[in-house]
Design a protein around this ligand. Structure first.
Ligand code: FAD
Length: 373
């Protein structure tokens, strides 16, 4: 059987796109691991935060919000960007940039700030509250997309690392590590941190994707973290934390360059996280209960790459989701599927500019730039 689309990678990217394509086309989803969601998708901090990823990502995040809310995947938490007196300009710039993009942002100081974040050290005296920020049920969303894809006839093959890609007569011949071979008219590269490696296997040019390691620790704190604590973020990108069942999920907001791999947390990054946390709050840390790390993969301009490769026919990119691949999944998948199927925009995608995310911007420019860290 020749599939219309063979999607490589069954994380949030591959699963969401499979769900959008399957009602219209024969879809095959190929996953290297024993189960989908083992890599970045299973390791996220699970928030929907409208400004996260920068102004170019805001439209995708905001367009995804209604779908996530309607299907019950969001629980309102609110976000609070924190700063000290010397961060006043950075906070003002954040407020100006993202208010212009339509995000509700409310300045917050003094008693209102300490009511929102107990045990805050007094030098962290300035805040911006974003009431719409929400927790995402990531596992629920991923299963929802896998189930929708399956209902519409998509086939999922796990333990099926794609090891070879060859195109002849307009059909891709796909070799997998499990020995089974497949055929498809088009390949979709949704391989997360491995997307550049998959491109090279297909004879396409890499886009310069940089996988960056991010660490999360779960702290048992005294007193326990209140359930209504917002997601608290440093305006200068040094940390974020949020509550979970009395514990705190804390990240040092690290971005350590890495080869594509099964990422693991480093002791140093755990220590940095705790050090930064102790400089912000006076919470007593009783124990580090869990820790994990995952790879967030960015194109050089930090925008995602969605759509056909400009040089290799039948090779489609759905990669570079960085730190926003969960919160943007509904709109990203819908927009990309509409492009591949020749369908017009709908209410979710009407305000989106597909060209802003086209891979051609990364592949056709002479002297490609490295990622600005
Ligand atoms: C610590 C952390 C916190 C984050 N927090 C958030 C957040 O709060 N909100 C948010 O929106 N995003 C967040 N993200 C980002 C988000 O997790 C990613 O953008 C998203 O999961 C990317 O999905 P993906 O499907 O592209 O990648 P992945 O989930 O990594 O999936 C790619 C899949 O491709 C498979 N694969 C690779 N090569 C092959 C091959 N040759 N053959 C077959 N299969 C292959 C892999 O096995 C993998 O399962 C966070 C990420 C991290 C690490």
């Amino acid at each position: 059987m020749i599939h219309d689309f063979a999607i490589i990678g069954a994380g949030m990217a591959g699963a969401s796109l499979a769900a959008e394509l399957a009602p219209h086309a024969r879809v095959l989803l190929l996953e290297a691991e024993a189960a989908p969601g083992y890599h970045a998708t299973g390791r996220s901090a699970a928030f929907w935060e409208e400004t996260y990823g920068g102004p170019g990502v805001v439209p995708l995040t905001r367009a995804s919000g209604p779908y996530l809310a309607e299907h019950g995947f969001l629980t309102i938490r609110g976000a609070l960007y924190l700063g000290r007196a010397e961060d006043r300009a950075a906070l003002a710039a954040h407020r100006q940039t993202f208010t212009a993009a339509g995000v509700e942002i409310v300045p917050c100081e003094g008693k209102a700030l300490s009511a929102m974040v107990p045990l805050l050290r007094p030098e962290w005296c300035l805040g911006l509250h974003q009431p719409a920020c929400a927790d995402i049920d990531v596992a629920g969303l991923h299963q929802h997309y896998l189930a929708r894809a399956r209902q519409h006839g998509a086939q999922l093959a796990c333990r099926a690392e794609v090891t070879g890609l060859r195109r002849s007569g307009g059909v891709w011949q796909i070799a997998t590590a499990r020995g089974e071979n497949f055929a498809a008219a088009a390949i979709v590269n949704a391989a997360g941190a491995w997307a550049d490696e998959v491109a090279v296997r297909a004879g396409a040019s890499p886009i310069g994707l940089a996988p960056l390691r991010r660490t999360v620790v779960v702290l048992r704190v005294d007193p326990p973290a209140p359930a209504d604590l917002p997601l608290v973020l440093d305006i200068n990108g040094g940390f974020y934390f949020k509550p979970d069942a009395g514990r705190l999920w804390l990240s040092p907001h690290d971005e350590i360059p890495s080869a594509p791999c099964d990422a693991a947390p480093e002791e140093l990054d755990v220590a940095v996280a705790i050090d930064r946390f102790e400089k912000v709050t006076q919470w007593r840390i009783a124990a580090v209960e869990r820790r994990w790390a995952g790879l967030r993969s960015f194109a050089p301009d930090r925008l995602p790459a969605y759509g056909p490769d400009p040089e290799v026919p039948g090779f489609i990119w759905f990669a570079g989701q960085g730190g926003f691949g969960i919160q943007t999944a509904p709109a990203a998948a819908r927009l990309t599927a509409q492009g591949l199927l020749g369908l017009g925009p709908d209410a979710m995608t009407a305000a989106l500019d597909r060209e802003a995310y086209a891979p051609a911007r990364l592949l056709l420019q002479p002297g490609k730039q490295g990622l600005a860290l």
